[in-house]
Design a protein around this ligand. Structure first.
Ligand code: XMP
Length: 513
C-alpha cells in the first residue's frame, strides 16, 4: 500500500532528521531528500507537502545551497524553516540580509506572537516560546505574503501566502523548546497539506523489510548481537527480511546481568535465523584478571569482543554484509569531532578488521531510540527486550570497581537484580532512565548477629535524563530505598552496607567507571 508522502528537502541543517521524526510522529510518511534532488524526481514522489530545512548558509552567499525555482510550481504546499524560510523569501521576491544589529539576530528561546488567523497557527495561544537560531533577517517580505508572527526583536518571524500554500518560519518548530512546535507541524500537515495520518511504525517495518530484501538479495548477512535494544531490533528486522541468510553472533562475555544471556537466547532462538551464542566468560575473565584501571578494562573488553566475533565469523566463510544496529544519535555522536574523550565508549557492534564483507547494512540509521523501540514492538519482540534501559558494552565490568572476579560479579548480579526488582514492584521503573547497582571496592566494618563483619559497600545508582549527556539523580522514596537495603544485606552475602549515589552528571558520570 502506498502512503501519503511528505518530502523534507535537506539544506544541511543540524535538526533535519529531527524534523523527519516529528513528521513521522504525526502519522505521516516522509523522506529526507538532498536539496539537489531534481524537481522531476520530487514530482514523481507526488508529495502532499514539502518542508525546506534549516541550514548553515546565507542565501546571498553564492556557494550556499539553492533550490530549483520549479519547486514553487509543483502546486504543493511548502513550509520553510529558518534557512528554508529565508530561501523561500529570497526566491519569491523578498529580501534577506545579515541582521544589522545583535538584537535582530536571534538565538535561543524567544517569546513569539502569532497571528492565529493564519492556518499554520490556528488553535494556538497567541503568544508562546519558540526556539530561534538565525543570523540573517528577512528585511522585505515577498509579494503576496503576509507577516504572521513577530517577536520583540524581529517583526518578521513568520510569513505566509495562504493562496499558494507557502509558509515560512524563522524559528525551529521541530525542537522541544518551541512550545507549540508539534501543533504547528500538525497544522501544516493536516490543515494545509491534507494529511490523513495513514502511516504507522508497522508500515515502516514493511517498507524496511522490502528494501532490505531488494538490497541483500541472496547474500549472507552477519550481525553482532549484544542483546541491547538496537542490535536486537536490527536482528529482528533482518530476520523477517532474509531469514536463514542472517547469522547473529551473540558473544556472552560473562559480564551480563542476571539471566540476561538466557533471555537473549530465548528471544532469538525462535526466529528463523542462525543464532550463535558464544560463551566466552572464562576468556574475558582471564583477560581482565588483575586489571583495575577503567579505561584498560574497556579497551581489553572491546578488543576481546572483536577477536571472538572474528573467530566465529571466519567459521562462517564468505559474508556479504555486516549488519549493525547503529541508530541516528550514534551517527550524530560519531560526527562530533573534537569532543573530549571522557570515556572511550566501546560499541560492541564495532567494525572487525578481518571479516571480509562487501558492505555494511544499518537499517535503523535514521531512527531515534523511541522509534526503534516502537519498531521492535511492531516486530513482536518481547517488552523486556524492547523497553530495556541502556546497558554499557563492557557490561558489569565497569560496575564492579577495582579488579573484576567471578565472585564479585555474582554478588553484583544478585544485588542488581534485587534493586531492579524492588523498583519494578514499586512501579517506579518508568520514572527513571537508568538504574543499577555498583559493587564498590570499599569494605567496611559491620555487625551481623553477634559477630563482626568486614564486607563490601554496595552503591545504588538511578538517574533521570533525556539524552544521557546530563542527568539528575532520581528522588527514590525512602521507604523503597529502605526495602532495597534490607533485602540486599539479608539476601546477598558479603554486602553489609548500602549507599545511594546522589550526584548529578556533571560532575559525576552515570557509570562509576
Ligand atoms: P556515562 O557513564 O558516560 O554514561 O555518563 C552515559 C551512558 O552511556 C552508557 N555507557 C556506555 N555504553 N559502551 C556503551 O555501549 C560503553 O563503554 C559505555 N560507557 C557508558 C551508560 O550506561 C549511560 O547510559
Amino acid at each position: 500500500m502506498s502512503h501519503q508522502t511528505a518530502v523534507i528537502l535537506d539544506f544541511g541543517g543540524q535538526y533535519n532528521q529531527l524534523i523527519a521524526r516529528r513528521v513521522r510522529e504525526q502519522g505521516v510518511y516522509c523522506e529526507v531528500k538532498p536539496y539537489t534532488t531534481p524537481v522531476a524526481d520530487l514530482r514523481a514522489m507526488d508529495p502532499i507537502g514539502i518542508i525546506f530545512t534549516g541550514g548553515p548558509g546565507s542565501v546571498y552567499d553564492p556557494a550556499a545551497p539553492q533550490v530549483d525555482p520549479e519547486v514553487f510550481r509543483l502546486g504543493v504546499p511548502i513550509l520553510g524553516i529558518c534557512y528554508g524560510c529565508q530561501l523561500l523569501a529570497h526566491h519569491l521576491g523578498g529580501r534577506v540580509t545579515p541582521a544589522q544589529s545583535d538584537s535582530a539576530r536571534e538565538y535561543g528561546k524567544t517569546e513569539t506572537f502569532f497571528d492565529t488567523d493564519c492556518k499554520l497557527f490556528r488553535g494556538l495561544p497567541p503568544q508562546s516560546v519558540t526556539w530561534m537560531s538565525h543570523g540573517d533577517y528577512m528585511e522585505k517580505v515577498p509579494p503576496g505574503f503576509c507577516l504572521t508572527a513577530h517577536s520583540a526583536a524581529c517583526p518578521n518571524v513568520a510569513i505566509s501566502d495562504e493562496a499558494r500554500g507557502f509558509y515560512g518560519v524563522q524559528f525551529h518548530p521541530e525542537v522541544n523548546h518551541t512550545a507549540q512546535g508539534a501543533a504547528i507541524l500538525h497544522n501544516f500537515l493536516y490543515e494545509i497539506c491534507g494529511a490523513t495520518g495513514d502511516w504507522t511504525m508497522g508500515d515502516y517495518k514493511e517498507t524496511a523489510i522490502r528494501r532490505l530484501r531488494e538490497k541483500i538479495g541472496t547474500g549472507k548477512v552477519l550481525l553482532a548481537l549484544s542483546g541491547g535494544v538496537d542490535s536486537s531490533v536490527a536482528a529482528a528486522l533482518l530476520a523477517e527480511a532474509v531469514g536463514q541468510q542472517l547469522t547473529c553472533v551473540f558473544v556472552d562475555h560473562g559480564l551480563m546481568r542476571l539471566h540476561e544471556g538466557d533471555e537473549v537466547e530465548a528471544a532469538f532462538s525462535k526466529w528463523n535465523i542462525r543464532f550463535l551464542r558464544v560463551n566466552a566468560e572464562e576468556r574475558f575473565l582471564s583477560k581482565l584478571s588483575g586489571v583495575t584501571e577503567p579505561e584498560a578494562k574497556r579497551k581489553l573488553i572491546g578488543q576481546e569482543f572483536i577477536r571472538v566475533f572474528e573467530q566465529e565469523a571466519r567459521k562462517l566463510g564468505q559474508v556479504d554484509y555486516l549488519a549493525q544496529g547503529t541508530i541516528y544519535p550514534d551517527v550524530i555522536e560519531s560526527g562530533a569531532g573534537d569532543a573530549a574523550v571522557i570515556k572511550s565508549h566501546h560499541n560492541v557492534g564495532g567494525l572487525p578488521d578481518c571479516v571480509d564483507f562487501r558492505e555494511i547494512v544499518e537499517p535503523l540509521r535514521m531512527l531515534f531510540k523511541d522509534e526503534v523501540r516502537q519498531l521492535g514492538r511492531a516486530l513482536g519482540l518481547p517488552e523486556y527486550l524492547v523497553s530495556r534501559q541502556p546497558f554499557p558494552g563492557p557490561g558489569l565490568a565497569i560496575r564492579c570497581i577495582g579488579e573484576v572476579t567471578k565472585e564479585k560479579l555474582d554478588l553484583l548480579r544478585q544485588a542488581d537484580f534485587i534493586f531492579r526488582d524492588e523498583i519494578a514492584q514499586a512501579g517506579l521503573g518508568e520514572s527513571m532512565n537508568q538504574h543499577f547497582a555498583v559493587l564498590t571496592n570499599l569494605r567496611s566494618v559491620g555487625v551481623m548477629g553477634d559477630g563482626r563483619t568486614y564486607d563490601y559497600a554496595l552503591a545504588l545508582r538511578s538517574v533521570t535524563t533525556s539524552d544521557f549527556m546530563t542527568a539528575d539523580w532520581t528522588r527514590i522514596p525512602y521507604e523503597v530505598l529502605d526495602r532495597v537495603s534490607v533485602r540486599l544485606v539479608n539476601e546477598v552475602p558479603h554486602i553489609n552496607r548500602v549507599l545511594y549515589d546522589i550526584t548529578s552528571k556533571p560532575p559525576a558520570t552515570i557509570e562509576w567507571e
